[in-house]
Design a protein around this ligand. Sequence first.
Ligand code: COA
Length: 257
Amino acid sequence: MSSDIRAHLDERVLVVTLDRPAKRNAITAEMYAAMARAIERARLEDEVNVVLLRGEGGNFTSGNDIGLFVSSDGAAHAESPAVPFLRAVLSLGKPMVACVRGHAVGIGATVLLHCDYVVASDDARLRFPFVDLGLCPEFASTLLLQRVVGRTKAAEWLLLGSQVPAAEAFLAGLVNRVMPPELAEEEALSIAKRLAAKPQQALRATRALIRDADDESASARVRRESAVFDGLRRSDEAQDIFKRFLGRQPEAIAARA
Ligand code: COA
């Protein structure tokens, strides 16, 4: 497992921690691979009933490491390293809980659409920065976000890419609970353990029924988004933005506020 991803079992909850705080838990290819392995382990192992996703250092994650999008020879990866992680989440078949503190950017926001319960700290802010990066949204968020929060809000969040405070995400229905940071971790673990202690056959069957229509269309939407995303990622427009971010020019990502 990547040293930037830690996973440990707490009762029947597999706690998966993004642990790269100096980079706000930006996710590298190795971290994606380690997260995919952890989720796959959770799917296969009987002693795991629930996955809890969290970040170290007061932030959930700043999303894809932008360095992933730029390659030294100008050629982009054939398949995003995020894809095995996305597939693992879509086929998990067990509940996933997230504890969101601080920044939840990009996949840090879109992964919440695949969680069964989201606890956010009151200092949490979500952002879908894809358009500002010259990209399109991923992880079926172009489909699922409007189902969860309605088309008007989904369009606002995905097109403008402004920060969404935890309170707004809660009112819109993307987040289940908002709490002070010091209580959020405790609450997320407590919810995960409550789910882990339920009759699992009934829990998983109910979860599958709730998600049925979403799961079928989400996989297809992930493939469609990936094709558009990859084309955009290779474009001069996007490559310029990535290079400017990595060169720390603040105008690289226009809409931070
Ligand atoms: N990819 C690569 N590096 C990242 C990163 C990312 N997604 N997010 C943060 N970092 C790095 C910064 O380059 C910086 O590195 P340095 O210390 O070597 O200069 C370090 O993490 C701290 O980032 P900084 O911007 O100084 O922290 P902040 O607390 O002021 O702001 C964010 C946090 C998340 C708002 C800001 O880092 C950000 O907007 N990151 C980009 C998010 C993004 O667009 N992700 C892509 C999603 S598809």
